[in-house]
Design a protein around this ligand. Sequence first.
Ligand code: ZN
Length: 221
Amino acid sequence: MINQANIIRDNRKNVKITISTKGELFVFAPKRLSIEKLKEIVEQKQEWIQRKIAYTKSELEKNKYIITNQDFLLYGKGYKIEYYNNKKITVEDDKILFPIDKKDNLIESLKKWYKKLANQILIPRLNQLATKLNLKYSIAKIVDVKAKWGSCDSKQNIKLNYKLIMLPHQLIDFVLIHELIHLIELNHSKQYFLLLSKALPDWKQRRAQIKKYAFLLGLYK
Ligand SMILES: [Zn+2]
């Protein structure tokens, strides 16, 4: 197993084992740790590693049409692109009708469209939920970042990833409420999760579901 691993030595104290979004094994290890000891540690984690690799690969297989730009998600539903003679991008049944004259610019144009939708849909929804929870934020912004669905800082500004618009509504709400609760409690403390449970009792199920969409964060770059 360790032979197939990408081993990265650095100034760390403990071994960290991760599986990339492509299903590759990465082992981060302290510089001086012997290869024998490293083998032993990886061996002990074998079952977890195998399970995680298998899971990652099956998710990749499930999402291959999205990853290869054959399907595009909106509110959790997959759409095929159909080119047509018009200036506007529109949704019809299970198709996204896309202007034929922008064909060479498919991803860039879709990104713009997604961002516009995100502004139209996510910000009003955030307002609605904030009112319901009796919370106030300073500024809300739609952003294009790789690592996160959303964030909330100490100045009470909320940033939302435009790709949230690709998720089912209940997962959009999960992220929006997650960030809104940070207005009261900035860290993921015990108190934070108590407040979150009050606002969204089934947050754990939603958190498990959103993990299946994590691959989206790395797309369309
Ligand atoms: Zn958080």
